[in-house]
Design a protein around this ligand. Structure first.
Ligand code: HEC
Length: 133
């Protein structure tokens, strides 16, 4: 191959690599919610969930037993479709997202720049995980 051609190929490859190097989140440790969402989720949890739940039910070993390794969409739909138990389906997308951000934050998942939204196709591709102690 001519040197010029080689250079062009190398440049194209480099471009491709740079385009791909933007990290695509794979699990909930990759910053899938914002700090602001988690902050908003904390009082929501107190108001809407605490009369039946403690945060311990959604963190640590209990989180491992139920949610670790599961697509994030499962937790999202569980909250959105079935909670609060006596008012299922009453939560807005923002409320569910903020509650989920709060739960993830309590499990040591770091916040990121991209807000969590109710995009189930996307959330199906994200696996729930947590910071091990
Ligand atoms: C009136 C009581 C009540 C309220 C309020 C309530 N829940 Fe629940 N929730 C339950 C019960 C009971 C279960 C377990 C029974 C079941 O499977 O439906 C449950 C199960 C769950 C589960 C699945 C099991 C687990 O431990 O992960 C999640 C997640 C959950 N609730 C989240 C929430 C969130 C978030 C809120 C606040 C928006 C909330 N719940 C409000 C009663 C309640």
């Amino acid at each position: 191959m001519h040197t010029r051609m080689k250079r062009a190929v190398a440049a194209a490859l480099l471009l491709l690599l740079t385009a791909c190097s933007e990290p695509v989140p794979e699990n909930s440790m990759d910053g899938i919610y914002t700090a602001q969402q988690a902050e908003r989720g904390a009082p929501l949890f107190t108001d809407l969930c605490q009369r039946c739940h403690s945060m311990q039910e959604f963190t640590g070993r209990t989180f491992d037993a139920i949610w670790n390794g599961v697509p994030a969409a499962a937790l999202y739909t569980r909250i959105a479709n079935t909670m609060p138990l006596d008012q299922p389906g009453s939560l807005s997308v923002a409320q569910v997202s903020n509650l989920m951000a709060h739960i993830l934050s309590e499990n040591g998942n770091p916040a990121g720049d991209t807000p969590l939204e109710g995009d189930l196709d996307y959330l199906m591709t994200i696996t729930l995980a947590r910071q091990s102690e």
